[in-house]
Each structure stands twice: as structure tokens, then as C-alpha cells.
Design a protein around this ligand. Structure first.
Ligand SMILES: Cc1cc2nc3c(=O)[nH]c(=O)nc-3n(C[C@H](O)[C@H](O)[C@H](O)COP(=O)(O)OP(=O)(O)OC[C@H]3O[C@@H](n4cnc5c(N)ncnc54)[C@H](O)[C@@H]3O)c2cc1C
Length: 389
């Protein structure tokens, strides 16, 4: 892995920094966390601005509508947007960071042409319908059924914890297309239009008080068979591509954001006197080292995937993403625990941004696969230990 920037990359950083400097002051204020239609409009407008300036889908391949940028440019983009305090990817998370890349890798030419440009232009929002009430960690036991009827599938079942379902146009949906096949072999990956008759979304309130995710009920929803991405019954393999992107690269920007938060926390500690506590200072120092190491891991994952693509591989991030996901989600919780210690009783105020962040940080060791599941993946796929079952 060579981390030295070329002249072209330095130039890319300079141009991006200048564009952010000129653009960010004109942005409207962020809408409240729980006003999802307003958030959708805000996130889409930001995505549109990135698109029009040539910064949308930087890391997507050029033949999928992306910029075909080098992995280093992608990482510079993450660093610079975070450093400038640019809006977070928000409701575009699934579309940009894992549904889009999955369609780019596995979709037909027609599917890429239909679904990828609206994601890049911030016109269509995607959500992820993988988890079910009895199929979260044990994803292969999912029961939502899709029965072939002529040129369509008729889908019945339910999904849970579907982030952004309230405002999504499309859902990357895993369904069982062959109930008689072994559990991993009878699954398909389907693009579900969220406005199809028979789709009901019921928001769920989180510990932090927001309705970030929802239950989704599917009652004989008819979807054209052309919406299936990848071969019928090969959805398990396609879903592994999705999860590799989700765990491998999707959280990269948040690492830089955590480093900024940590710096802010250190400033707060200096201002309120908590900095005098040597134990707390050591904790903050250790977290600084931790997030620096995590950023290196992001660089390594991205550069490994790019190297694989250059040498004939598929370019999909590898199982190293599980190492990142495991440690990142724990470090994020430790960061907000440290914040509570810096702020003291003030941190009990539920209206405080720190408090909301602390509550939501608890979900990170569950979302996108629990820490226990990441450990299983590391044990089996990286360390080569025998499967537990
Ligand atoms: C904030 C948030 C957003 C989410 N967004 C989405 C989304 O948009 N779309 C979506 O599809 N899902 C989403 N999820 C769901 C998430 O992927 C699941 O919650 C997660 O996979 C765990 O599944 P589960 O909740 O069914 O827990 P379970 O699978 O019931 O697990 C319960 C406990 O048992 C442990 N466990 C289970 N099996 C094993 C095993 N084999 N070895 C060791 N330990 C095991 C788990 O680690 C966990 O601690 C989201 C979750 C959260 C918290």
C-alpha cells in the first residue's frame, strides 16, 4: 500500500477543498433529526450538488456512471468533506454505499441504466430489506417468499429494522424463491419499489427517540421478474457482495467524523477542567490512536479491493471489513462513553447532541451484523478456524 499522494491527487484535494469552501456557506440549515421528508429533501439536494460538481459516485466504476476515481481520491474526498463539516450521506447511505455498488457489480446493463443514475443524482432513495423478525444474524433463515407468476414475483412476508424505509423509493430485498432448496441456495436479491400495492411501512422508535427504521409488511406484492439482480436462487452470493461493501467501506467517512468529535471533546475537557484528570487524558489518547489505526485499516481495505480489481479480481472489499466493523463499532461506543465522563451531569440531558449520539452509538455493535457475527466471520474466513455449526 503506497500512501504517498501524486501531484494529480494533491490537485484533486485542492480543487475539492476550494469547492467545499465556496459551496458550504450557501447550504440551508440541517432539518431536525426526526423530520424524515425534510431530511430526504436535504440529503438529496446535497447529493445533487455533489453530482453537478462532478463528485458523485467518485469510487463507482466509470461504466456504472461513477467517476472511476482512484481509491486515494475516494479517501481524500472522505477526509475533505468531513474536515469541512459537509453534510453526511444521510438517507442516501444504502443507495450510494451498498445497493448501488451491488447493482454495478451484479446487475445487467439495463438494470445499471435504470437504477444507478437516479442514485447518483440524489433522485431515488434506497433502503435495505434483509433482516426479518427471526432472521437477523441468521440471515439464511429468512422466510419472506417470492412466488413466480408469469413475468412477476408475488412477494409475501415481513422485514424489520429497515432504515429509511419511510422515505425510500426502492428496497434491496432478500426473498426466498425456492423453499425446498438448502437455506443458502433458495434466496434471490430483488429491487422492490416501495410504492407497490401491498407494501406497508410501520416506523419504529429508537432509544434515541427517532424513527430511523421501520417494520415493512409485504402482502402479495407483485414485482416484475426483471427486478431480480443476479440469477434466481443465487441471492445469498449477491447479498455477500452487498454486505462486503456495507462492512468494508460504507462506514469509512464516520471514522474521520469520530476523529473530529474526539478533537472537540478534548477542547471541551480543556475548557471545563476535566483535562487535569490523567486517566481521562490517557483514555482520549488511546481513542485517538484507535481511530488513527481504523483510518489506516480503511485505507488498507480500499487499496486491497482496488488492487484486486486491477489484477483481475472482482474489486469487492474482502473479509477484512469485518475486522474494521468490529473494532469501529466498539470504539464509537467508547468515544461517547468518554464524552459522558467529560461532560458529567450535563450529559444526562436528553436534548444534548452528545447524549443523542451516545444513545445511537449503542446500535453500532448490532447494525450491519453484530460483533459476535463479525468475530465468527474473522474466525472462519480470516483465521481459517473450523465453522461452529
Ligand atoms: C440502527 C440499526 C439499523 C439497522 N438497519 C437495518 C436495515 O436497514 N436493514 C436491515 O435489513 N437490517 C437492519 N438492521 C438489523 C441488523 O442487521 C440486525 O439487528 C442484526 O443483524 C442482528 O440481528 P437480530 O437483531 O435479529 O439479532 P439476533 O440474530 O436475534 O441476535 C441476538 C444475539 O445473538 C447473537 N448471535 C446470533 N447468532 C449468533 C452466532 N451464530 N454466533 C454468535 N452469536 C450469535 C447476536 O450476535 C446477538 O448478540 C439494523 C439494526 C440496527 C440496530
Amino acid at each position: 500500500m503506497d500512501l504517498t499522494l501524486t501531484g494529480e491527487e494533491e490537485d484533486f484535494r485542492r480543487r475539492l477543498r476550494a469547492w467545499l469552501h465556496d459551496t458550504l456557506p450557501g447550504l440551508p440549515p440541517e432539518p431536525p433529526a426526526d423530520d424524515w421528508p425534510a431530511r430526504r429533501a436535504y440529503d438529496c439536494a446535497w447529493q445533487r450538488a455533489l453530482h453537478d460538481a462532478g463528485y458523485a459516485g467518485l469510487h463507482w466504476p466509470a461504466d456504472a456512471g461513477g467517476r472511476g476515481a482512484t481509491p486515494t481520491q475516494h479517501l481524500i474526498f472522505i477526509e475533505e468533506t468531513e474536515r469541512a463539516g459537509a453534510p453526511y450521506v444521510g438517507a442516501n447511505f444504502v443507495g450510494l454505499l451498498h445497493a448501488g455498488p451491488t447493482i454495478a457489480a451484479e446487475g445487467t446493463t439495463a438494470q445499471r441504466a435504470r437504477w444507478l443514475p437516479p442514485i447518483l443524482r440524489g433522485e431515488e432513495i434506497w433502503c435495505q430489506g434483509f433482516s426479518e423478525p427471526d432472521a437477523g444474524s441468521d440471515l439464511a433463515s429468512l422466510r419472506t417468499r417470492a412466488v413466480r407468476d408469469g413475468d412477476s414475483y408475488v412477494i409475501t412476508g415481513s422485514k424489520i429494522w429497515t432504515s429509511h424505509a419511510e422515505v425510500a423509493d426502492w428496497c434491496e430485498l432478500l426473498v426466498r424463491t425456492d423453499p425446498a432448496a438448502p437455506r443458502h441456495r433458495g434466496i434471490s436479491w430483488i429491487a422492490l419499489p416501495m410504492n407497490a400495492p401491498g407494501v406497508t411501512v410501520r416506523p419504529l422508535r429508537t432509544l434515541a427517540g427517532t424513527t430511523e427504521f421501520a417494520e415493512v409488511f409485504l402482502d402479495e406484492v407483485r414485482v416484475p421478474a426483471t427486478h431480480r439482480v443476479g440469477p434466481e436462487n443465487d441471492g445469498w452470493r449477491v447479498s455477500m457482495v452487498t454486505l462486503s461493501y456495507e462492512r468494508g467501506t460504507a462506514f469509512a467517512g464516520e471514522v474521520v467524523a469520530c476523529r473530529r468529535t474526539l478533537a472537540r471533546l478534548a477542547r471541551t475537557a480543556r475548557a471545563n477542567g476535566r483535562w487535569d484528570d490523567a486517566v481521562l487524558r490517557r483514555r482520549l489518547g488511546r481513542l485517538h490512536a484507535e481511530f488513527t489505526a481504523l483510518w489506516r485499516l480503511v485505507q488498507w481495505n480500499v487499496s486491497e479491493a482496488a488492487h484486486a480489481a486491477r489484477t483481475g479480481g472482482d474489486g469487492v472489499p474482502g473479509a477484512g471489513g469485518s475486522v474494521f466493523k468490529l473494532r469501529y463499532s466498539q470504539a464509537r461506543q467508547e468515544l461517547y462513553e468518554a464524552a459522558a465522563d467529560v461532560l458529567g451531569p450535563e450529559s444526562l440531558d436528553a436534548r444534548q447532541e452528545w447524549t443523542a449520539q451516545r444513545l445511537s452509538s449503542l446500535s453500532y455493535t448490532i447494525a450491519a451484523g453484530t460483533s459476535q457475527i463479525q468475530r465468527n466471520i474473522i474466525a472462519e474466513r480470516i483465521l481459517g478456524l473450523p465453522k461452529g455449526r
